[in-house]
Design a binder for this molecule. Structure first.
Ligand code: ZN
Length: 372
C-alpha cells in the first residue's frame, strides 16, 4: 500500500504503518484527555492503550498471515491504518476450507489472548468486567484498568471481526461455508450482497449517533465487497481461457544495443509502453515504461537498453490461464508480460489486452470459447 512506512518484519512479512496512522493517536489523546476531562494524564493513557490496541491488531493480522503461509499463500505486508490492520495476501486460497481457516485465525488469536488474560486476572485477582471501564477509571491508569482494557479490546475485536460483512473475517467465513455447498462465484455474490446490506445498516447507525468510525468502516466494507465481487466475476469469466486467446502479436521490440532515445521514440510513436528486448527471436529482457522513466532520470538518453533492461523475466506461455496471468501482473505490479513458446518470443500479454477481454466477455461470456 502506498504512503506507508515499514516498522519491522516478522516471518518475512513487513509490518507497516500508513502515514494517516498518527491520526488515531491524536484522536485518542483528545478522547481520553479533553472530552473525558482527564487532562494530560488521560491523554497519555489514551495514546498508550491505543498503541497496545494496535499491537493486538498486529497479532490478529499475523494470525491470518501465518495461516495463509501454511497454505502456501504469500503475504506481502501488514498495513496499520487508523481504523485497523490489513494483511495483504497476494492471492486467495483455492479451497473454501483454506479460506475458512485463514479468516477465522485472526479472531481466534483475539479469543485466545482474552482467555489467557482472563486466567491471569483470576489468578492476580484483577477486575476485568465492563463495569470497571468508565473513562475516569480508565484514565486513573492503574495496571488493573489497562489490563481490563486490553481484555475487553480482545473480546471486542474478535467478535466485531466476525460480523458477516464480507470482506470482513466473518463475511469470509460465511462465503467459505457457502462455497462448500454452492458454486464459488454464487457464494461470493451472496456474501457481497449480505455484506453490503450490513454495511448500509452500519452507515445508518453511524449517522444516527454510532459515530464516525462506523461510517468509515462501512465505506471500507462497501468498497472491499465490490472489488472482491469483481475479482471473482473476472475469475469466472476468464475460466478456461488462455493467453493465446488474448495476447498482442506483432509488438515492437528493442535490442540490447538500442538506446534509451530509441525506446522513447518507439513509446511515443506506438500504442506500446513496455518493450521486449530481443536478440533475433530470442527474448533477453524487458524494458517497462517505469524502468525507462527511471533510467532516464539517472542516465543519458544514449545509454544502451541492454544495461538497464529487466533481465529477471517471468515469461508466460500461450497455454497459461488468463486469470492466473492477470493475478501475476497484479502481484508484480506490471502492465505487460512477455509470451514465449519454447524460448521463442511471440508477443506481450498486457493489462490492456485483459481489460479488453474482460469488457467483451462481460457482455458475451461465451465469446471466446472454442476460439483460437
Ligand atoms: Zn481479521
Amino acid at each position: 500500500m502506498g504512503n506507508s512506512i515499514k516498522l519491522f518484519s516478522v516471518k518475512g512479512i513487513d509490518i507497516k504503518v500508513h502515514i494517516t496512522f498518527p491520526l488515531i493517536l491524536v484522536w485518542s489523546a483528545i478522547q481520553f484527555g479533553l472530552l473525558s476531562r482527564q487532562g494530560i494524564k488521560g491523554a497519555i493513557f489514551g495514546v498508550v492503550v491505543t498503541l497496545i490496541l494496535f499491537v493486538i491488531v498486529v497479532l490478529h493480522e499475523l494470525g491470518h498471515s501465518v495461516a495463509a503461509q501454511r497454505y502456501g499463500v504469500p503475504v506481502k505486508e501488514i498495513v496499520l491504518l487508523p481504523i485497523g490492520g490489513v494483511a495483504q495476501l497476494t492471492r486467495m486460497p483455492d479451497k473454501p476450507i483454506e479460506e475458512f481457516v485463514i479468516a477465522i485465525a485472526g479472531p481466534l488469536v483475539n479469543f485466545g489472548l482474552a482467555i489467557v488474560l482472563a486466567l491471569v486476572a483470576i489468578i492476580a485477582g484483577f477486575e476485568i468486567g465492563l463495569g470497571g471501564l468508565t473513562f475516569s477509571r480508565l484514565a486513573s491508569a492503574s495496571l488493573q484498568t489497562v489490563f481490563a482494557y486490553v481484555f475487553i479490546s480482545n473480546l471486542f475485536l474478535g467478535l466485531f471481526n466476525l460480523i458477516p460483512a464480507f470482506p470482513m473475517d466473518g463475511g469470509r467465513v460465511f462465503r467459505s461455508l457457502l462455497a462448500t455447498r454452492i458454486d464459488y462465484a454464487r457464494a461470493t455474490s451472496i456474501a457481497v450482497t449480505v455484506g453490503q446490506g450490513i454495511a448500509w445498516l452500519m452507515a445508518l447507525w453511524g449517522l444516527l449517533g454510532g459515530g464516525f468510525f462506523i461510517i468509515i468502516i462501512a465505506v471500507f466494507i462497501l468498497i472491499g465487497a465490490s472489488q472482491e465481487g469483481q475479482l471473482v466475476q473476472l475469475k469466472k469469466l476468464f475460466d478456461g481461457l488462455s493467453v493465446e486467446q488474448a495476447f498482442s502479436r506483432g509488438v515492437k521490440s528493442l535490442t540490447p544495443d538500442s538506446t534509451l532515445r530509441e525506446a522513447v521514440e518507439l513509446t511515443l510513436s506506438s500504442f506500446q509502453s513496455d518493450f521486449p528486448v530481443c536478440e533475433g527471436d530470442r527474448l533477453v529482457g524487458l524494458l517497462t515504461q517505469s524502468g525507462l522513466i527511471d533510467a532516464l532520470t539517472r542516465l543519458t538518453a544514449d545509454t544502451l537498453v541492454g544495461s538497464v533492461m529487466d533481465k529477471d523475466l517471468s515469461p508466460v506461455e500461450p497455454k497459461d490461464g488468463l486469470f492466473q496471468v492477470q493475478q501475476r501482473l497484479a502481484e508484480l505490479s506490471l502492465d505487460a508480460l512477455p509470451v514465449v513458446d519454447q524460448g521463442m518470443f511471440l508477443g506481450l500479454i498486457t493489462s490492456r489486452d485483459l481489460n479488453e477481454a474482460y469488457r467483451l466477455l462481460s457482455k458475451k461470456p461465451d465469446l471466446l470459447r472454442g476460439l483460437a
